[in-house]
Design a protein around this ligand. Sequence first.
Ligand SMILES: C[S@@+](CC[C@H](N)C(=O)[O-])C[C@H]1O[C@@H](n2cnc3c(N)ncnc32)[C@H](O)[C@@H]1O
Length: 230
Amino acid sequence: MARPGMRTVWDAAAVSEEVERYVGARATGRSELESLFGRLGGDPRKGTCVEVGCGFGRMTAALAERFDRVLALDVSPAMLDAARAAVSAPNVEFLVISGERLDGVEDAAADTLVSYLVLQHLPTRGTILGQLAEFGRVLAPGGQAFVQLPVLRPGVHPRLWRFARAAAVPFVSLLSRRLTSRPEYRGYRLTEVELAGGLARAGLRVAARDEAEPSPYRFSREVFLRLERA
Ligand SMILES: C[S@@+](CC[C@H](N)C(=O)[O-])C[C@H]1O[C@@H](n2cnc3c(N)ncnc32)[C@H](O)[C@@H]1O
């Protein structure tokens, strides 16, 4: 079962007139995908690609051109409805997942995995680490995962900010009706140490890493990783 908030928040985002504000601009999906691969020195093609958190399919059609098969997963059935309407490629299968596991994806099934603008929204440390463990489970030997996420900067102030934010977000969420106030939108930030531990437990190693400056995230770096099985 999904943590109910993840599905509720993203279903509401999918049918909102402001969906591109929540998900990303439709027009730049393809170039953002090329940039993700390029900055990590990758140009993956062929085989099976697992796209985690496909949204309304901003990147899915471009993935379908590169790979023999695309499994496009999302926690939100409404996002998947929008993606199905936007992407007609016959080599794409859309799957609704619980949000904590990559349900329906077999072990070692992914030659390539893409997770972009997704981990930043997961509401707890455990949910993010659980997703990383799932990336390790589904990645094939020799496969590559292309992952974007914010990582908390070192130091006392970022730690204090994370602590205060974790306390404030659920409270503010009760008072506000905005989607962007919900814990399932605001997400959680791992430290570098937590990320390294999570990757090690997932059986993954960093094959390439890049960062974007300036970072769009408060007190956090925007990190791009190409991961392989350790
Ligand atoms: C900001 S959008 C990005 C979508 C897509 N990756 C893109 O760049 O266009 C985040 C997506 O992640 C999905 N999502 C949120 N939590 C998720 C989870 N726990 N598991 C899978 N998908 C999730 C949302 O439903 C939403 O479609």
